[in-house]
Design a protein around this ligand. Structure first.
Ligand SMILES: Cc1cc2nc3c(=O)[nH]c(=O)nc-3n(C[C@H](O)[C@H](O)[C@H](O)COP(=O)(O)OP(=O)(O)OC[C@H]3O[C@@H](n4cnc5c(N)ncnc54)[C@H](O)[C@@H]3O)c2cc1C
Length: 495
Protein backbone atom coordinates (compact mmCIF):
# COMPACT_ATOMS: atom_id res chain seq x y z
CA UNK A 1 0.00 0.00 0.00
CA UNK A 2 1.36 3.39 -0.83
CA UNK A 3 0.62 7.06 -0.31
CA UNK A 4 1.89 10.03 -2.34
CA UNK A 5 5.29 11.14 -1.00
CA UNK A 6 5.23 14.13 1.37
CA UNK A 7 7.64 16.49 -0.41
CA UNK A 8 7.47 16.06 -4.19
CA UNK A 9 10.15 17.74 -6.31
CA UNK A 10 9.32 21.34 -7.20
CA UNK A 11 7.92 21.69 -10.68
CA UNK A 12 7.73 24.56 -13.18
CA UNK A 13 4.01 24.13 -13.91
CA UNK A 14 3.01 24.37 -10.24
CA UNK A 15 5.42 27.10 -9.12
CA UNK A 16 4.69 29.37 -12.08
CA UNK A 17 0.90 29.01 -12.06
CA UNK A 18 0.60 30.91 -8.78
CA UNK A 19 -2.91 29.59 -8.23
CA UNK A 20 -4.97 30.78 -5.24
CA UNK A 21 -6.36 27.23 -5.03
CA UNK A 22 -2.93 25.67 -4.48
CA UNK A 23 -3.64 24.54 -0.90
CA UNK A 24 -7.28 25.57 -0.76
CA UNK A 25 -9.77 24.32 1.80
CA UNK A 26 -13.41 25.32 1.40
CA UNK A 27 -14.03 24.96 5.14
CA UNK A 28 -11.99 24.44 8.31
CA UNK A 29 -13.98 21.35 9.16
CA UNK A 30 -14.83 18.57 6.75
CA UNK A 31 -18.54 18.25 5.92
CA UNK A 32 -20.17 15.46 7.90
CA UNK A 33 -22.05 14.18 4.85
CA UNK A 34 -21.78 14.48 1.10
CA UNK A 35 -23.48 13.01 -1.93
CA UNK A 36 -20.22 12.35 -3.78
CA UNK A 37 -16.74 12.08 -2.29
CA UNK A 38 -14.10 12.36 -5.01
CA UNK A 39 -10.67 11.21 -3.83
CA UNK A 40 -7.77 12.78 -5.75
CA UNK A 41 -7.69 16.26 -7.30
CA UNK A 42 -5.78 15.60 -10.53
CA UNK A 43 -7.26 15.81 -14.01
CA UNK A 44 -9.55 12.79 -13.39
CA UNK A 45 -10.94 14.13 -10.10
CA UNK A 46 -11.40 17.70 -11.35
CA UNK A 47 -13.04 16.51 -14.60
CA UNK A 48 -15.45 14.36 -12.62
CA UNK A 49 -16.39 17.35 -10.43
CA UNK A 50 -16.83 19.46 -13.57
CA UNK A 51 -19.03 16.92 -15.35
CA UNK A 52 -21.20 16.41 -12.24
CA UNK A 53 -21.75 20.17 -12.29
CA UNK A 54 -22.51 20.24 -16.05
CA UNK A 55 -24.84 17.21 -15.97
CA UNK A 56 -26.89 18.68 -13.11
CA UNK A 57 -26.77 22.45 -13.71
CA UNK A 58 -30.28 22.43 -15.20
CA UNK A 59 -31.72 20.14 -12.50
CA UNK A 60 -33.85 21.45 -9.65
CA UNK A 61 -31.29 20.21 -7.09
CA UNK A 62 -27.54 19.66 -7.43
CA UNK A 63 -25.62 16.97 -5.53
CA UNK A 64 -23.10 18.08 -2.92
CA UNK A 65 -19.57 17.06 -3.90
CA UNK A 66 -16.52 16.88 -1.62
CA UNK A 67 -13.08 16.56 -3.21
CA UNK A 68 -10.32 15.29 -0.92
CA UNK A 69 -6.66 15.61 -1.92
CA UNK A 70 -3.63 14.18 -0.10
CA UNK A 71 -1.24 16.87 -1.40
CA UNK A 72 -1.74 20.44 -2.58
CA UNK A 73 -4.48 20.61 -5.22
CA UNK A 74 -3.33 18.82 -8.40
CA UNK A 75 0.01 17.87 -6.84
CA UNK A 76 0.21 14.41 -8.50
CA UNK A 77 0.96 13.35 -12.09
CA UNK A 78 -1.25 16.01 -13.71
CA UNK A 79 0.63 18.89 -12.16
CA UNK A 80 3.98 17.43 -13.13
CA UNK A 81 3.45 16.12 -16.66
CA UNK A 82 4.74 17.03 -20.14
CA UNK A 83 1.76 19.11 -21.29
CA UNK A 84 1.12 17.05 -24.41
CA UNK A 85 -2.52 16.62 -25.39
CA UNK A 86 -1.35 14.27 -28.07
CA UNK A 87 -3.54 11.39 -29.21
CA UNK A 88 -2.03 8.09 -30.32
CA UNK A 89 -3.35 8.76 -33.83
CA UNK A 90 -1.71 5.74 -35.47
CA UNK A 91 1.37 4.55 -33.56
CA UNK A 92 -0.43 1.97 -31.38
CA UNK A 93 -2.54 0.64 -34.25
CA UNK A 94 -0.64 -2.66 -34.82
CA UNK A 95 -0.70 -3.61 -31.13
CA UNK A 96 -4.33 -2.58 -30.65
CA UNK A 97 -5.66 -4.20 -33.82
CA UNK A 98 -3.90 -7.44 -32.86
CA UNK A 99 -5.73 -7.43 -29.51
CA UNK A 100 -9.09 -5.89 -30.44
CA UNK A 101 -9.37 -6.13 -34.23
CA UNK A 102 -9.34 -3.23 -36.73
CA UNK A 103 -12.58 -1.67 -35.44
CA UNK A 104 -11.61 -2.04 -31.79
CA UNK A 105 -8.29 -0.32 -32.51
CA UNK A 106 -10.01 2.48 -34.41
CA UNK A 107 -12.49 2.92 -31.52
CA UNK A 108 -9.56 3.49 -29.14
CA UNK A 109 -7.95 5.98 -31.53
CA UNK A 110 -11.24 7.81 -32.18
CA UNK A 111 -11.80 8.19 -28.41
CA UNK A 112 -8.38 9.83 -28.08
CA UNK A 113 -8.81 12.06 -31.14
CA UNK A 114 -12.22 13.21 -29.83
CA UNK A 115 -10.39 14.86 -26.93
CA UNK A 116 -9.08 17.55 -29.27
CA UNK A 117 -12.53 18.91 -30.14
CA UNK A 118 -13.75 18.24 -26.58
CA UNK A 119 -10.98 20.44 -25.12
CA UNK A 120 -11.59 23.10 -27.76
CA UNK A 121 -15.34 23.19 -27.05
CA UNK A 122 -14.98 23.15 -23.28
CA UNK A 123 -12.29 25.85 -23.24
CA UNK A 124 -14.35 28.03 -25.59
CA UNK A 125 -17.53 27.55 -23.56
CA UNK A 126 -15.76 28.44 -20.30
CA UNK A 127 -13.48 31.11 -21.80
CA UNK A 128 -10.31 29.53 -20.40
CA UNK A 129 -8.28 28.67 -23.53
CA UNK A 130 -5.71 31.44 -23.08
CA UNK A 131 -5.49 30.99 -19.30
CA UNK A 132 -4.61 27.29 -19.65
CA UNK A 133 -2.28 27.85 -22.65
CA UNK A 134 -4.39 25.55 -24.81
CA UNK A 135 -3.04 25.35 -28.36
CA UNK A 136 -3.76 23.10 -31.29
CA UNK A 137 -1.56 22.27 -34.25
CA UNK A 138 0.40 19.49 -35.86
CA UNK A 139 2.78 17.20 -34.02
CA UNK A 140 5.47 14.90 -35.38
CA UNK A 141 7.02 11.56 -34.58
CA UNK A 142 10.52 11.99 -35.95
CA UNK A 143 12.42 8.81 -36.80
CA UNK A 144 16.04 9.21 -35.70
CA UNK A 145 16.99 5.71 -36.96
CA UNK A 146 15.90 3.33 -39.71
CA UNK A 147 14.64 1.00 -36.98
CA UNK A 148 12.28 3.70 -35.70
CA UNK A 149 11.07 4.57 -39.20
CA UNK A 150 10.26 0.95 -40.01
CA UNK A 151 8.04 0.84 -36.90
CA UNK A 152 6.37 4.25 -37.32
CA UNK A 153 5.71 3.94 -41.04
CA UNK A 154 4.57 0.33 -40.58
CA UNK A 155 2.05 1.41 -37.93
CA UNK A 156 0.58 4.07 -40.19
CA UNK A 157 0.46 1.74 -43.19
CA UNK A 158 -1.27 -1.01 -41.19
CA UNK A 159 -4.01 1.46 -40.25
CA UNK A 160 -4.23 2.76 -43.81
CA UNK A 161 -4.49 -0.78 -45.20
CA UNK A 162 -7.36 -1.75 -42.87
CA UNK A 163 -9.34 1.50 -43.04
CA UNK A 164 -8.54 3.03 -46.44
CA UNK A 165 -7.36 6.44 -47.56
CA UNK A 166 -10.77 8.05 -47.06
CA UNK A 167 -10.95 7.30 -43.33
CA UNK A 168 -10.90 10.63 -41.45
CA UNK A 169 -8.11 9.59 -39.07
CA UNK A 170 -5.99 8.13 -41.87
CA UNK A 171 -6.51 11.40 -43.76
CA UNK A 172 -5.45 13.39 -40.69
CA UNK A 173 -2.01 11.71 -40.67
CA UNK A 174 0.75 12.23 -43.23
CA UNK A 175 4.23 10.89 -43.83
CA UNK A 176 7.30 13.01 -44.50
CA UNK A 177 9.73 10.61 -46.14
CA UNK A 178 12.32 13.13 -47.30
CA UNK A 179 15.03 13.59 -44.64
CA UNK A 180 15.66 17.26 -45.42
CA UNK A 181 11.94 18.02 -45.19
CA UNK A 182 11.59 15.97 -41.99
CA UNK A 183 14.46 17.89 -40.37
CA UNK A 184 13.04 21.22 -41.47
CA UNK A 185 9.53 20.47 -40.19
CA UNK A 186 10.61 18.90 -36.91
CA UNK A 187 13.65 21.12 -36.22
CA UNK A 188 15.30 17.89 -35.02
CA UNK A 189 18.90 17.45 -36.15
CA UNK A 190 19.34 14.20 -38.04
CA UNK A 191 15.64 13.33 -38.37
CA UNK A 192 15.34 10.77 -41.17
CA UNK A 193 11.58 10.94 -41.71
CA UNK A 194 8.44 11.75 -39.75
CA UNK A 195 4.75 11.05 -39.29
CA UNK A 196 2.66 14.19 -38.70
CA UNK A 197 -0.84 14.39 -37.19
CA UNK A 198 -3.14 16.79 -35.27
CA UNK A 199 -2.48 17.48 -31.60
CA UNK A 200 -2.92 19.86 -28.71
CA UNK A 201 -0.88 21.18 -25.81
CA UNK A 202 -2.04 22.48 -22.44
CA UNK A 203 -0.92 23.65 -19.00
CA UNK A 204 -2.71 20.77 -17.28
CA UNK A 205 -2.28 22.13 -13.74
CA UNK A 206 -3.92 25.43 -14.75
CA UNK A 207 -6.68 23.50 -16.53
CA UNK A 208 -7.48 21.52 -13.36
CA UNK A 209 -7.44 24.67 -11.24
CA UNK A 210 -9.70 26.47 -13.75
CA UNK A 211 -12.24 23.61 -13.70
CA UNK A 212 -12.27 23.54 -9.91
CA UNK A 213 -12.66 27.33 -9.71
CA UNK A 214 -15.66 27.12 -12.08
CA UNK A 215 -17.33 24.41 -9.98
CA UNK A 216 -16.48 26.15 -6.69
CA UNK A 217 -18.20 29.30 -7.96
CA UNK A 218 -21.43 27.30 -8.28
CA UNK A 219 -21.29 26.49 -4.58
CA UNK A 220 -21.78 22.72 -4.71
CA UNK A 221 -18.16 21.70 -4.22
CA UNK A 222 -16.24 21.44 -0.96
CA UNK A 223 -12.54 21.25 -1.86
CA UNK A 224 -10.01 20.02 0.71
CA UNK A 225 -6.27 20.12 0.05
CA UNK A 226 -3.77 18.19 2.17
CA UNK A 227 -6.38 15.74 3.39
CA UNK A 228 -5.27 12.17 2.64
CA UNK A 229 -8.03 9.59 2.76
CA UNK A 230 -6.86 6.70 4.91
CA UNK A 231 -9.76 4.30 4.52
CA UNK A 232 -13.15 3.73 2.90
CA UNK A 233 -15.88 1.34 4.02
CA UNK A 234 -18.35 -0.75 2.09
CA UNK A 235 -21.72 0.94 1.57
CA UNK A 236 -23.79 0.22 4.71
CA UNK A 237 -27.43 -0.82 4.93
CA UNK A 238 -28.50 2.83 5.04
CA UNK A 239 -26.60 3.57 1.80
CA UNK A 240 -23.58 5.39 3.28
CA UNK A 241 -19.89 4.84 2.67
CA UNK A 242 -17.60 6.00 5.49
CA UNK A 243 -14.58 7.93 4.23
CA UNK A 244 -11.82 8.25 6.85
CA UNK A 245 -9.22 11.00 7.00
CA UNK A 246 -6.90 12.28 9.73
CA UNK A 247 -9.13 15.36 9.93
CA UNK A 248 -12.30 13.39 10.54
CA UNK A 249 -14.81 11.12 8.87
CA UNK A 250 -17.30 11.87 6.11
CA UNK A 251 -20.39 9.87 5.21
CA UNK A 252 -20.75 9.71 1.43
CA UNK A 253 -23.49 8.28 -0.76
CA UNK A 254 -20.94 7.51 -3.48
CA UNK A 255 -17.16 7.58 -3.74
CA UNK A 256 -15.15 8.23 -6.93
CA UNK A 257 -11.55 7.03 -6.77
CA UNK A 258 -9.41 9.26 -8.98
CA UNK A 259 -6.23 8.35 -7.15
CA UNK A 260 -4.13 7.22 -10.11
CA UNK A 261 -1.02 5.25 -8.99
CA UNK A 262 -2.21 5.34 -5.39
CA UNK A 263 -5.63 3.69 -5.94
CA UNK A 264 -4.63 0.46 -4.20
CA UNK A 265 -4.19 2.16 -0.85
CA UNK A 266 -7.98 2.27 -0.58
CA UNK A 267 -8.82 -0.51 -3.06
CA UNK A 268 -6.27 -3.30 -2.43
CA UNK A 269 -7.58 -5.32 -5.40
CA UNK A 270 -5.79 -2.77 -7.64
CA UNK A 271 -2.39 -3.48 -6.07
CA UNK A 272 -1.16 -5.56 -9.03
CA UNK A 273 -3.24 -3.70 -11.59
CA UNK A 274 -1.82 -0.16 -11.40
CA UNK A 275 1.96 -0.05 -11.04
CA UNK A 276 4.24 2.96 -10.52
CA UNK A 277 6.50 4.25 -13.26
CA UNK A 278 8.57 7.37 -12.62
CA UNK A 279 9.00 9.93 -15.38
CA UNK A 280 10.92 13.18 -15.59
CA UNK A 281 10.44 16.52 -17.32
CA UNK A 282 12.43 19.78 -17.54
CA UNK A 283 11.62 23.40 -18.38
CA UNK A 284 14.15 25.22 -20.57
CA UNK A 285 14.17 28.91 -21.46
CA UNK A 286 13.79 29.57 -25.19
CA UNK A 287 13.34 32.52 -27.54
CA UNK A 288 9.62 33.27 -28.17
CA UNK A 289 8.07 30.99 -30.80
CA UNK A 290 11.30 29.09 -31.37
CA UNK A 291 9.83 25.57 -31.42
CA UNK A 292 7.18 25.46 -34.14
CA UNK A 293 5.54 22.08 -33.49
CA UNK A 294 5.18 19.75 -30.53
CA UNK A 295 6.84 16.45 -31.23
CA UNK A 296 8.76 13.36 -30.27
CA UNK A 297 12.07 11.86 -31.34
CA UNK A 298 12.24 8.07 -31.63
CA UNK A 299 15.37 5.95 -31.79
CA UNK A 300 13.82 2.56 -31.01
CA UNK A 301 10.74 1.22 -29.26
CA UNK A 302 12.05 2.27 -25.83
CA UNK A 303 14.12 5.39 -26.47
CA UNK A 304 12.43 8.73 -27.12
CA UNK A 305 12.13 12.37 -26.07
CA UNK A 306 9.03 14.55 -26.37
CA UNK A 307 8.76 18.33 -26.20
CA UNK A 308 6.67 21.45 -26.74
CA UNK A 309 7.10 25.16 -26.27
CA UNK A 310 4.75 27.33 -24.20
CA UNK A 311 3.33 30.51 -25.76
CA UNK A 312 4.42 33.99 -24.57
CA UNK A 313 4.97 35.21 -21.93
CA UNK A 314 6.26 31.81 -20.77
CA UNK A 315 8.14 30.74 -23.95
CA UNK A 316 9.57 27.79 -22.06
CA UNK A 317 10.34 24.45 -23.71
CA UNK A 318 8.94 21.51 -21.75
CA UNK A 319 10.89 18.34 -22.49
CA UNK A 320 10.40 14.83 -21.19
CA UNK A 321 11.90 11.44 -21.90
CA UNK A 322 15.67 11.34 -21.36
CA UNK A 323 15.42 7.68 -22.25
CA UNK A 324 18.92 7.59 -23.79
CA UNK A 325 20.18 8.15 -20.26
CA UNK A 326 17.52 6.28 -18.28
CA UNK A 327 17.82 2.95 -20.13
CA UNK A 328 21.12 2.59 -18.29
CA UNK A 329 19.26 2.71 -14.97
CA UNK A 330 15.87 0.94 -15.29
CA UNK A 331 15.26 0.95 -11.53
CA UNK A 332 15.05 4.75 -11.61
CA UNK A 333 11.73 4.39 -13.47
CA UNK A 334 9.97 1.01 -13.28
CA UNK A 335 8.20 0.36 -9.95
CA UNK A 336 9.67 3.61 -8.63
CA UNK A 337 7.50 5.92 -6.46
CA UNK A 338 10.11 8.52 -5.57
CA UNK A 339 8.75 11.74 -7.05
CA UNK A 340 10.39 13.49 -4.09
CA UNK A 341 13.77 12.83 -5.76
CA UNK A 342 15.30 14.13 -8.98
CA UNK A 343 17.20 11.60 -11.10
CA UNK A 344 20.93 12.28 -11.14
CA UNK A 345 22.21 13.45 -14.51
CA UNK A 346 18.80 14.20 -16.05
CA UNK A 347 18.89 17.99 -15.60
CA UNK A 348 22.28 18.10 -17.38
CA UNK A 349 20.99 15.80 -20.12
CA UNK A 350 17.99 18.06 -20.78
CA UNK A 351 20.07 21.25 -20.56
CA UNK A 352 22.33 19.99 -23.32
CA UNK A 353 19.38 18.87 -25.51
CA UNK A 354 18.65 22.12 -27.42
CA UNK A 355 22.25 22.56 -28.59
CA UNK A 356 22.67 18.88 -29.30
CA UNK A 357 19.31 18.03 -30.92
CA UNK A 358 17.57 21.20 -32.21
CA UNK A 359 18.52 22.80 -35.53
CA UNK A 360 19.69 26.42 -35.42
CA UNK A 361 19.51 26.68 -31.62
CA UNK A 362 20.65 30.23 -31.02
CA UNK A 363 21.67 30.00 -27.38
CA UNK A 364 24.57 28.88 -25.31
CA UNK A 365 25.91 25.37 -25.60
CA UNK A 366 24.15 24.64 -22.32
CA UNK A 367 20.57 25.97 -22.16
CA UNK A 368 19.27 27.52 -18.99
CA UNK A 369 16.69 25.71 -16.91
CA UNK A 370 13.68 27.87 -16.24
CA UNK A 371 13.86 28.27 -12.48
CA UNK A 372 11.21 30.38 -10.85
CA UNK A 373 12.13 29.02 -7.48
CA UNK A 374 14.88 26.76 -6.34
CA UNK A 375 15.11 23.58 -8.38
CA UNK A 376 11.79 23.82 -10.21
CA UNK A 377 13.47 23.47 -13.60
CA UNK A 378 13.70 19.66 -13.60
CA UNK A 379 11.41 17.32 -11.68
CA UNK A 380 9.95 13.83 -11.46
CA UNK A 381 6.39 12.53 -11.38
CA UNK A 382 4.64 9.19 -11.08
CA UNK A 383 3.03 7.88 -14.20
CA UNK A 384 1.49 4.46 -13.95
CA UNK A 385 1.91 1.25 -15.82
CA UNK A 386 -1.32 -0.71 -15.97
CA UNK A 387 -1.14 -4.51 -15.89
CA UNK A 388 -2.90 -4.82 -19.27
CA UNK A 389 -1.91 -1.40 -20.67
CA UNK A 390 -5.33 0.23 -20.24
CA UNK A 391 -6.92 2.39 -17.54
CA UNK A 392 -9.73 1.29 -15.22
CA UNK A 393 -12.96 3.24 -15.61
CA UNK A 394 -16.40 2.49 -14.15
CA UNK A 395 -18.15 1.05 -11.10
CA UNK A 396 -15.70 -0.86 -8.87
CA UNK A 397 -16.78 -4.52 -9.01
CA UNK A 398 -18.22 -5.89 -5.75
CA UNK A 399 -18.10 -2.46 -4.08
CA UNK A 400 -21.50 -0.87 -4.19
CA UNK A 401 -21.30 2.93 -4.40
CA UNK A 402 -17.61 3.05 -5.43
CA UNK A 403 -16.44 4.23 -8.88
CA UNK A 404 -12.95 4.48 -10.32
CA UNK A 405 -11.12 6.33 -13.12
CA UNK A 406 -7.42 5.56 -12.67
CA UNK A 407 -4.32 4.06 -14.26
CA UNK A 408 -4.04 6.32 -17.32
CA UNK A 409 -0.28 5.78 -17.61
CA UNK A 410 2.00 8.45 -19.11
CA UNK A 411 -0.77 9.25 -21.56
CA UNK A 412 -3.78 10.57 -19.67
CA UNK A 413 -4.42 13.88 -21.40
CA UNK A 414 -6.26 12.43 -24.44
CA UNK A 415 -8.14 9.86 -22.34
CA UNK A 416 -9.41 11.29 -19.06
CA UNK A 417 -11.87 14.06 -19.96
CA UNK A 418 -14.20 11.67 -21.77
CA UNK A 419 -13.63 8.86 -19.27
CA UNK A 420 -14.83 11.17 -16.49
CA UNK A 421 -17.83 12.10 -18.64
CA UNK A 422 -18.57 8.37 -18.94
CA UNK A 423 -18.71 7.67 -15.19
CA UNK A 424 -20.62 10.83 -14.27
CA UNK A 425 -24.13 9.67 -15.32
CA UNK A 426 -23.47 6.31 -13.62
CA UNK A 427 -22.68 8.12 -10.37
CA UNK A 428 -25.74 10.36 -10.72
CA UNK A 429 -28.00 7.40 -11.45
CA UNK A 430 -26.81 5.63 -8.32
CA UNK A 431 -27.71 8.81 -6.38
CA UNK A 432 -31.09 8.82 -8.07
CA UNK A 433 -30.79 12.51 -8.94
CA UNK A 434 -32.17 14.32 -11.95
CA UNK A 435 -29.61 15.06 -14.69
CA UNK A 436 -29.33 15.80 -18.40
CA UNK A 437 -26.48 15.40 -20.85
CA UNK A 438 -24.78 18.75 -21.48
CA UNK A 439 -24.37 19.85 -25.08
CA UNK A 440 -20.59 19.67 -24.62
CA UNK A 441 -20.78 15.89 -24.11
CA UNK A 442 -23.41 15.20 -26.79
CA UNK A 443 -21.03 13.89 -29.44
CA UNK A 444 -18.54 12.03 -27.25
CA UNK A 445 -17.76 8.52 -28.56
CA UNK A 446 -18.44 5.62 -26.16
CA UNK A 447 -15.87 4.54 -23.59
CA UNK A 448 -13.56 1.99 -25.28
CA UNK A 449 -14.27 -1.52 -24.07
CA UNK A 450 -10.65 -2.10 -22.86
CA UNK A 451 -11.12 0.75 -20.32
CA UNK A 452 -14.14 -0.92 -18.65
CA UNK A 453 -13.37 -2.24 -15.19
CA UNK A 454 -15.19 -5.55 -15.09
CA UNK A 455 -15.13 -8.18 -12.34
CA UNK A 456 -13.60 -10.63 -14.83
CA UNK A 457 -10.78 -8.17 -15.70
CA UNK A 458 -9.97 -7.39 -12.07
CA UNK A 459 -10.01 -11.10 -11.20
CA UNK A 460 -7.85 -12.11 -14.17
CA UNK A 461 -5.24 -9.43 -13.46
CA UNK A 462 -4.74 -10.69 -9.90
CA UNK A 463 -2.39 -13.18 -11.63
CA UNK A 464 -0.15 -10.35 -12.85
CA UNK A 465 3.49 -11.25 -12.34
CA UNK A 466 5.02 -7.93 -11.30
CA UNK A 467 8.56 -9.34 -11.15
CA UNK A 468 8.21 -10.60 -14.74
CA UNK A 469 6.96 -7.16 -15.91
CA UNK A 470 9.94 -5.49 -14.23
CA UNK A 471 12.34 -8.03 -15.74
CA UNK A 472 10.93 -7.54 -19.23
CA UNK A 473 11.25 -3.75 -18.85
CA UNK A 474 14.85 -4.18 -17.64
CA UNK A 475 15.69 -6.38 -20.63
CA UNK A 476 14.27 -3.89 -23.15
CA UNK A 477 16.33 -1.16 -21.46
CA UNK A 478 19.45 -3.33 -21.57
CA UNK A 479 18.98 -3.99 -25.29
CA UNK A 480 18.65 -0.27 -26.01
CA UNK A 481 21.54 0.56 -23.70
CA UNK A 482 23.91 -1.32 -26.01
CA UNK A 483 22.98 0.78 -29.06
CA UNK A 484 25.17 3.71 -30.21
CA UNK A 485 22.52 6.39 -29.53
CA UNK A 486 22.52 5.43 -25.83
CA UNK A 487 26.29 5.64 -25.61
CA UNK A 488 26.97 9.23 -26.57
CA UNK A 489 28.76 11.51 -24.14
CA UNK A 490 25.42 13.05 -23.11
CA UNK A 491 23.74 9.68 -22.53
CA UNK A 492 26.40 8.35 -20.20
CA UNK A 493 26.79 11.67 -18.42
CA UNK A 494 27.45 11.30 -14.69
CA UNK A 495 27.18 7.51 -14.63
C1 LIG B 1 6.50 13.09 -15.71
C2 LIG B 1 5.19 12.85 -16.38
C3 LIG B 1 4.97 13.29 -17.68
C4 LIG B 1 3.74 13.05 -18.31
N1 LIG B 1 3.52 13.59 -19.53
C5 LIG B 1 2.30 13.45 -20.11
C6 LIG B 1 2.00 14.10 -21.33
O1 LIG B 1 2.79 14.90 -21.84
N2 LIG B 1 0.80 13.84 -21.92
C7 LIG B 1 -0.10 12.98 -21.36
O2 LIG B 1 -1.14 12.72 -21.96
N3 LIG B 1 0.13 12.41 -20.16
C8 LIG B 1 1.30 12.64 -19.52
N4 LIG B 1 1.53 12.09 -18.30
C9 LIG B 1 0.48 11.29 -17.69
C10 LIG B 1 -0.66 12.15 -17.16
O3 LIG B 1 -0.11 13.25 -16.45
C11 LIG B 1 -1.56 11.29 -16.25
O4 LIG B 1 -2.07 10.19 -16.99
C12 LIG B 1 -2.72 12.07 -15.69
O5 LIG B 1 -2.32 13.31 -15.21
C13 LIG B 1 -3.37 11.28 -14.57
O6 LIG B 1 -4.36 12.08 -13.96
P1 LIG B 1 -5.06 11.53 -12.66
O7 LIG B 1 -6.01 12.56 -12.20
O8 LIG B 1 -5.55 10.15 -12.92
O9 LIG B 1 -3.86 11.34 -11.62
P2 LIG B 1 -3.06 12.42 -10.69
O10 LIG B 1 -2.87 13.71 -11.36
O11 LIG B 1 -1.84 11.70 -10.19
O12 LIG B 1 -4.07 12.64 -9.51
C14 LIG B 1 -4.28 11.68 -8.48
C15 LIG B 1 -4.37 12.48 -7.19
O13 LIG B 1 -4.84 11.62 -6.16
C16 LIG B 1 -4.21 12.04 -4.96
N5 LIG B 1 -4.34 10.93 -4.01
C17 LIG B 1 -3.82 9.69 -4.13
N6 LIG B 1 -4.17 8.93 -3.08
C18 LIG B 1 -4.94 9.72 -2.26
C19 LIG B 1 -5.60 9.50 -1.02
N7 LIG B 1 -5.56 8.32 -0.40
N8 LIG B 1 -6.30 10.54 -0.48
C20 LIG B 1 -6.38 11.74 -1.12
N9 LIG B 1 -5.76 12.00 -2.30
C21 LIG B 1 -5.05 10.99 -2.87
C22 LIG B 1 -2.79 12.33 -5.40
O14 LIG B 1 -2.10 13.12 -4.47
C23 LIG B 1 -3.01 13.01 -6.73
O15 LIG B 1 -3.07 14.41 -6.62
C24 LIG B 1 2.73 12.32 -17.63
C25 LIG B 1 2.93 11.91 -16.32
C26 LIG B 1 4.12 12.18 -15.69
C27 LIG B 1 4.30 11.77 -14.27
Amino acid sequence: MVFPTANPTKCYWIENAESPLRNFRSSDELPAETDVAIIGSGYAGASTAYWIHKYTEKASKQPQVTLLEARDICGGATGRNGGQLRPHAYSRYPAWSKRFGPDGAMGLIAHEMAHLSAFRDLADAEGIAEEVCLKFGETFDAAMTDEAWTRLKGAFQAMQKDHGDENDIVKACRLIEDAREAEEFSQMKGALAAVVHPTGQIWAYKFVHALLRIVLQKGNLNLQANTPVTGVSERDADGWVTVKTERGTIRARTVVHTTNRWAAHLLPEFNKLILPMRGTVAAIKAPPGFIKHTGAQHWDNTVNNYHLQLPPPYNTIMIGGARQLLVHRPKECMLNDEDDQEIAGVAEFFKSWPASDVTDWPGLSLAELSNKVDRSGCWTGIETSSADSFPFVGPVPARNGHYIAAGFAGHGMPRILLSAAHITPLVLESLNVEYSQPLLAASFPPLPQPFQVTAERVERLQNTNIAAIAESYKQSCEESAKKPFCNTERAILKL
